[in-house]
Write a protein that binds this ligand. Structure first.
Ligand SMILES: Cc1cc2nc3c(=O)[nH]c(=O)nc-3n(C[C@H](O)[C@H](O)[C@H](O)COP(=O)(O)O)c2cc1C
Length: 314
């Protein structure tokens, strides 16, 4: 129970920073293990915090905080993270093979109100010209399990698809995904929203044409990954804590929201770790937020701490 006491937080942050500096893979493993243990303990001990639900993509999220893809890559935690104060988790990125394995191991949809997004991508060996095949196979595999599916175009491999020279391949992929969504809805009788995750460089003023295209094709949401680029070091995490960097991120979301005029809800991810960060992104126009590295550095109580601070701020 030590890591639920308030005095433990600064010490834990210091130790995690040191560990992430010297042994990042071990640090991430430890962060995941802490989250899993905390979710189990809290599920048995306490009731989830009273939070305000939000309707996005036709779904009711118990609160706007979600866990971004990559933290629970294989979906071992899944909806259990509701006990940590999260309204949603995005598992993956799953390649077609991972998606089949995940579904085979979890044939039944969970029954909690914590929502499950499944982030799908390409196999490492797939050429960009063959991307459509992998995304469609992944989509069909996870359809029955997911509350929403995230199409990951934010990976270095998928970045190729966003290159202006690949415009036709990307357009064909997006059209095929929407067509498949309609077909699967007809067969299953259940609409599963599709969100698309794209990296948006913080410094750039221009907005990618792809964003306009997503709105025109009526995708259900844009996961705007505000990115300062790899690697995700403790120094990078610290840089995100500066007011300038936070303002830059909020400005970027504000410009996106102004351009999209409500046609495509924005899920903001990147540099979020406190109640102030969350409030800033929501004020700027994001409908939901996701966090990843904050779970590593701030620990598994980060969402509960954000809810508490938000309540106190009124
Ligand atoms: C170690 C690591 C693994 C990640 N893996 C994925 C992934 O598999 N799929 C994905 O869409 N994003 C992945 N991401 C990106 C995160 O989802 C998120 O967009 C990014 O970390 C920025 O959010 P943060 O500042 O809250 O960490 C990964 C990030 C990190 C640091």
């Amino acid at each position: 129970m030590l890591f639920f006491t308030p005095g433990f937080a600064p010490m834990s942050r210091y130790l995690m920073t040191a560990l992430m500096h010297h042994q990042p893979p071990l640090g991430r493993k430890l962060a995941f293990a802490r989250a899993r243990l905390s979710a189990r303990l809290l599920a048995g001990l306490s009731r989830p915090p009273a939070t305000t639900s939000v309707r996005v993509m036709g779904l009711t999220f118990p609160n706007p905080l979600g866990i971004a893809a990559g933290f629970d890559r294989r979906g071992e935690l899944g909806r259990q993270v509701g006990a940590l104060g999260f309204g949603a988790i995005e598992i993956g990125t799953l390649t077609p093979r991972d998606a089949a394995a995940y579904v085979a191991s979890r044939p039944v949809r969970g029954a909690t109100d914590t929502l499950l997004g499944i982030n799908i991508g390409m196999s490492p060996e797939t050429e960009p010209s063959q991307a459509q095949h992998d995304y469609l196979v992944g989509l069909r595999a996870v359809w029955g399990q997911a509350d929403y599916v995230a199409i990951n175009l934010s990976s270095p491999q998928a970045a190729e698809l966003l290159h202006p020279g690949r415009r036709e391949t990307l357009d064909a992929l997006l059209v095929a995904l929407k067509r498949e969504q309609r077909a699967l809805t007809a067969v299953s009788g259940r609409y599963v929203p599709l969100a698309v995750k794209i990296k948006l460089p913080l410094e750039s003023v221009a907005l990618p044409e792809t964003v306009t295209q997503l709105a025109a094709l009526r995708f259900d949401a844009l996961i705007a990954a505000l990115d300062v680029g790899p690697p995700a070091t403790p120094q990078r995490y610290a840089e995100w804590q500066t007011p300038q960097r936070q303002r830059q991120a909020c400005d970027r979301i504000e410009r996106l929201a102004a351009m999209l005029t409500g046609r495509l809800p924005i899920i903001a991810v990147g540099g979020i770790g406190s109640a102030q960060h969350v409030a800033g992104r929501l004020r700027a126009g994001a409908a939901l937020v996701q966090l990843h590295n904050a779970l590593v550095y701030e620990g598994p109580r980060v969402a509960l701490a954000i809810h508490k601070a938000s309540l106190q701020a009124g």
